[in-house]
Design a binder for this molecule. Structure first.
Ligand code: ZN
Length: 257
């Protein structure tokens, strides 16, 4: 028995390097949450409230805070339920739904000329011509280049007027391409480096509705997509497990090939 235990222990020790994570292969695609974090013009910003911070009478350090804010602040997940009644709320999304092979579709050439550009089926076809057919279960990440405006509310949203949702300008996903991704390619999730999967001028949020109806989660305000290869990385998107939520703050990162 003891010999078996020792053997198990030795095997576990030898196996450890196989589980060690190579830090250089991880790319954090998440913006930090703070009072400055960009949020939808009508959403409650992130807020951190100090409860305790400092030396206690006993001499040790202690810090603790309360936080608040919209589910849809900064880098976040939209649950299918956000725009589709009866579909998954945040805690119902299976873990495997938001972990998978990344397909980064670069539309920077188009968005440079048109800030309201929407990724079209032809952009998916161009990616497939270069990298092969999108695998069922892929996680599509739309690289519009908007990350370079992060922190500059006027450039990132098209307006910096609080509450103004009628002068928004940033790229998104076309309804036709959204249909194509869920029906023809059966992707697991779709992310974008802008405030919303529907472009700024949208008033019907068609891409949200189509993806939601197919139980396909959405990631918004995804950071640093220029560091992820167009094919070959694995994306891990781990939302806070908010019961009944329409979304959640998200920690998303890529594991490079
Ligand atoms: Zn959202």
């Amino acid at each position: 028995m003891v010999r078996t235990l020792v053997a198990v222990f030795v095997v576990a020790l030898c196996a450890f390097p196989a589980y060690a994570v190579d830090e250089k292969k991880l790319v954090d695609l998440t913006y930090s949450f703070s009072a400055e974090t960009l949020h939808w013009p009508t959403a409650k910003p992130f807020h951190l409230d100090k409860v305790n911070e400092g030396r206690t009478p006993a001499g040790f350090w202690y810090s603790s805070y309360n936080y608040s804010g919209s589910e849809h602040v900064g880098t976040h997940l939209d649950a299918p339920f956000h725009f589709a009644e009866g579909k998954w709320t945040t805690e119902q999304i299976p873990l495997a739904q938001t972990i998978g092979p990344a397909a980064v579709i670069d539309i920077r050439r188009k968005t440079g000329k048109d800030p309201d550009y929407r990724l079209a089926i032809e952009d998916i076809r161009a990616w497939e011509n270069a990298y092969g057919r999108l695998a069922a279960g892929a996680i599509v990440l739309i690289h519009s280049g908007w990350g370079k405006y992060w922190g500059d509310r006027k450039r990132y949203f098209g307006t910096d007027e609080p509450g103004n949702v009628t002068d928004l300008h940033f790229p998104g996903l076309s309804p036709q391409a959204a249909e194509f991704l869920v029906k023809q390619r059966r992707v697991k999730a779709v992310g974008i480096d802008t405030p919303s999967i529907d472009h700024g001028p949208s008033i019907d949020f068609a891409a949200h509705q189509i993806l939601g109806a197919a139980n396909v989660p959405i990631f918004e305000n995804v950071a640093r997509l220029e560091l992820v290869p167009r094919k070959g990385a694995t994306v891990f998107a781990i939302p806070m497990k908010i019961q009944g939520g329409s979304g959640a703050p998200l920690r998303i990162f890529g594991l490079l090939p």
